[in-house]
Design a binder for this molecule. Structure first.
Ligand SMILES: Cc1cc2nc3c(=O)[nH]c(=O)nc-3n(C[C@H](O)[C@H](O)[C@H](O)COP(=O)(O)OP(=O)(O)OC[C@H]3O[C@@H](n4cnc5c(N)ncnc54)[C@H](O)[C@@H]3O)c2cc1C
Length: 387
């Protein structure tokens, strides 16, 4: 039998993006609910948690850089607030990053990144191979040079997700632990969802934050449906020895034979090695080839990893968008907002997304810094195309 429960705001999806949205909305006094069979799950259970605004800079993504930096600036206060509220350690570590090159091609690629960073006013320092090894003695002798980026940090996304669930509970957010089956629309306005068990959840405003599944949520009009797709990433987790001096003291990353590889050392002793990037639909199989490539490339950077216990292999789905940037805020359907498409920077973008959505839910508009990420940029581009 269907029952109707209502709230001011209903968030579809309790990944880190949906959770931060719900937490911040509740903080503004809005009665908020989240619908998700497993809140705190999603891509955060796989992600490395690099907060890499500077080392993740790509040509053509300068607009996204502004949002990434705005979120990176918020992180110290955001992490402190969550920890104080929940008593949970988030594994937030201000350790910096070293991006290194193994051959002449990699070095040319890094040099280009360095120039782009300088043109964008970002702080990074070019180091020789010897200087890199002085900083991280476990690096391979063949490392030819690198970029030291002291502002790119890390957090443990699993702990972040757990803390956000607690913060939501403390703020009075209601959790419906069930799948949302379709959006309901009444008089051209989003009105809520029907869940898999037939419950009708009504809401003044609905936020679609379903990660890589957002692009195919039933009931959303075609011209409003976000163009989001799953991009598979495989990671492996090793355990570093506890001994004198750290195995690695900061995140180390490189492009090896055209593939990105990174090693993220946590204070807990976990070493996360990632990540593949595969367009395979919703497949989350861990493959021998994926694990082989990660370990092969990571071994070229840090040969000592082969001695470490292998504790976990896993694959997750990044919510990718056509321009690699998120879709945040009101849509062409009244009462429906999006918080999705965060692709490879969702952990980094969590604080700024929460603030932007809370602003949009209370004022109807995006704050200045989030305006370029309106979902309307895709529908406008479509309607402006010549016939
Ligand atoms: C391998 C890998 C490495 C990564 N590394 C980093 C990194 O180092 N730094 C970084 O910043 N980011 C990283 N990311 C990206 C980051 O993890 C994601 O961008 C972010 O977690 C996306 O969060 P989300 O809440 O939007 O989506 P998701 O985490 O996918 O959560 C979506 C939630 O919605 C729920 N849902 C979907 N449909 C429905 C429905 N119909 N009804 C109810 N619930 C629904 C799902 O159950 C899920 O819980 C990485 C991702 C991967 C896969």
């Amino acid at each position: 039998m269907s029952r109707t429960r209502t709230s001011d705001v209903l968030v579809i999806g309790g990944g880190i993006i949906g959770l931060v949205t719900a937490w911040r909305a509740a903080g503004r006094g809005l009665a908020t609910a989240v619908v998700d069979p497993e809140p705190g799950g999603g891509a955060a259970q796989v992600a490395a948690g690099m907060l890499a605004a500077v080392t993740e800079l790509h040509h053509g993504e300068q607009t996204l850089l502004g949002l990434n930096l705005a979120s990176a600036r918020r992180y110290p206060d955001f992490a402190a607030e969550l920890t104080e509220l929940t008593g949970q350690d988030l594994g937030y570590r201000r350790c910096g990053t070293l991006a290194v090159a193994l051959d002449a091609d990699d070095r040319a690629h890094l040099r280009e990144l360095h120039i782009l960073q300088q043109q964008s006013g970002l702080e990074s320092q070019w180091l020789s191979g010897r200087e890199c090894r002085r900083l991280e003695p476990m690096l391979a002798p063949g490392v030819r040079g690198g970029l030291r980026v002291d502002g790119d940090h890390q957090i443990d996304p699993r702990r972040l997700a757990g803390a956000l669930v607690s913060a939501c509970e403390r703020a009075g957010v209601v959790f419906h632990r069930v799948w949302a089956q379709r959006l309901t629309v009444t008089r051209d306005r989003a009105a809520g969802v029907v869940t898999a068990d037939g419950t009708v959840l009504g809401a003044g405003q609905v936020v679609l934050a379903g990660g890589s599944l957002s692009g195919r949520f039933a009931g959303v009009p075609q011209d409003v449906l976000p163009p989001v797709r799953p991009v598979k990433g495989q990671v492996v987790r090793l355990t570093m020895p506890r001994r004198h001096g750290p195995f690695l003291s900061r995140t180390v990353r490189a492009v090896v034979r055209g593939s990105h590889v990174y090693l993220v050392p946590r204070e807990s002793g976990e070493l996360v090695i990632g990540a593949t990037s595969e367009e395979m639909g919703w497949d989350t199989t861990v493959t021998a080839g994926g694990v082989y490539e990660l370990l092969r490339d990571a071994h070229e950077l840090v040969p000592g990893i082969t001695e470490l216990p292998l504790t976990e292999t896993r694959a997750g789905l990044r919510p990718g968008s056509p321009d690699n940037a998120p879709l945040i805020g009101p849509t062409g359907l009244e009462g429906l907002l999006l918080a999705t498409g965060h692709y490879r920077n969702g952990v980094l973008l969590t604080p700024v997304t929460g603030d932007a959505l809370a602003h949009a839910l209370t004022t109807g508009e995006l704050p200045e810094e989030a305006r370029p990420f309106t979902p309307r940029r895709f529908t406008t581009a479509l309607t402006e195309q010549p016939a």
